[in-house]
Design a protein around this ligand. Structure first.
Ligand SMILES: *Cc1c(COP(=O)(O)O)cnc(C)c1O
Length: 391
């Protein structure tokens, strides 16, 4: 017997709000030889990542890079660089991640106007319009796929309003990129960031980020340096562009994983990938309803990649989630904030969005709910869901 611990993580079916499962080739990419962060071969790999990120974001933006760190690092880079003291920021808040953007924005010394909606609905564009009419704003920020509620935020009307008012639009695409339609240039989004472990299906650790020419000008025109040295976009861009100025040691293996994950997205094709997520997400949702459960998010604004379902009366959250994990190896998420104990969050992101996962989850959940006294109709759920899984 040794007192040196073994590293032996179990194999899980990851169906929570992230991380999602990763393709074996993405994990294998992390085992490739380490290069120096200024090695010409590594520079080529970074350039290829940049080109693939532009294609996945659907943008021609020069300033497109990956910040070192999880999705929150992209959020912090965008917020800290686009806002300075005295600016006004309008933040759409209808879930946990909108709150996080507002909390960051407040730390820049900007004046933050909170535009809210109930947790389960998107922000109404008219409410953003009203806030814009109240006075000039530097930035409007919204979350495209609110992972805490399962709601998809319509982007184009908000982008138009921001543009008319001379404000920049910041979009959180952490959960949507690679799973839900995202079209940065066509929609007129000025700044967007994502994360690797949701629908891009790589391990957590990098945040693809892109800035329009207008957003980049705003960053360059700052009177004071951004409130973060590590996430200073001027310094990061000087490393990612042809200057190759050392700023930090790139997370080399993570960059390989990002490269392989982006290549998989493009090999599948963005539109085919969106259709796959849509098909599996809708099949899951119809199956849950057929089982006798109620979905939480507004019917017209439901994501396909993340579903919130209400925990039925009389059933406790933790024992069911615990049994899913222990007995079936399935991870799902509990509710955040206001929805704690009230909903479960089921992700079908990237590699985790498969017909097998939909059926396996419904069968496992149905059985557990019956054990906990809820008369789940598992047969109906499986019938309905499997009918929706055919391409
Ligand atoms: C997961 C998530 C984040 C934060 O990403 P981390 O990788 O956890 O830092 C931000 N925004 C949304 C919408 C998310 O789902």
């Amino acid at each position: 017997m040794s007192d040196i611990p073994a590293l032996d993580p179990p194999r899980r079916t990851l169906m929570g709000p992230g991380p999602s499962g990763a393709d074996p080739s993405v994990l294998a990419a992390m085992g490739l030889p380490i290069l120096g962060h200024l090695d010409p071969e590594f520079m080529r790999i970074m350039d290829e990542c940049q080109t693939m990120m532009r294609r996945v974001f659907r943008t021609a933006n020069d300033v497109t890079l990956a910040t070192p760190g999880t999705g929150t690092s992209g959020m912090e880079a965008a917020v800290m660089n686009l806002l300075q003291p005295g600016d006004r920021a309008i933040v759409g808040i209808c879930g946990y991640f909108g709150e996080r953007i507002a909390a960051m924005a407040a730390r820049t010394g900007a004046e933050v106007t909170r535009v809210t909606a109930p947790w389960g609905s998107p922000i109404a564009p008219e409410d953003i319009e009203r806030a814009l009419r109240d006075g000039p704003a530097r930035l409007v920020a919204i979350v495209h796929a609110e992972t805490s509620t399962g709601v998809r935020q319509p982007v184009e009307p908000v982008a138009r309003l921001a543009k008319e008012a001379g404000a920049l639009l910041l979009l959180d695409c952490v959960t949507s990129l690679g799973g839900e339609p995202v079209d940065i240039d066509d929609w007129g989004v000025d700044a967007a960031y994502s994360g690797t472990q949701k629908c891009l299906s790589a391990p957590p650790g990098a945040s693809p980020l892109t800035l329009s020419p207008a957003a980049w000008r705003a960053v360059q025109a700052r009177e004071t340096p951004a409130n973060s040295w590590y996430l200073d976009l001027g310094l990061l861009e000087a490393y990612w562009d042809s200057r190759r100025a050392y700023h930090h040691t790139s997370p080399i293996s993570m960059t390989y994983a990002l490269h392989r994950a982006l290549a998989l997205v493009l090999e599948e094709g963005l539109e085919a990938r969106w259709r796959r997520h849509e098909r599996h997400g809708r099949a899951l949702q119809r199956g849950l309803e057929a089982m006798g459960l109620a979905l939480h998010a507004d019917a017209a604004h439901r994501l396909s990649v993340l579903t919130t379902v209400r925990i039925p009366e009389g059933v406790e959250d933790a024992p069911v989630r615990g049994a899913l994990l222990e007995r079936f190896g399935i991870e799902i998420g509990g509710g955040l904030g206001d929805l704690r104990g009230r909903v479960w969050r089921i992700g079908l992101m990237g590699e985790s969005s498969t017909p097998g996962n939909v059926l396996y989850f419904l069968a496992s959940l149905g059985g557990l709910l019956r054990e906990h006294g809820f008369a789940a109709d598992t047969g109906a759920a499986l019938d309905i869901a499997s009918g929706g899984l055919n391409p």
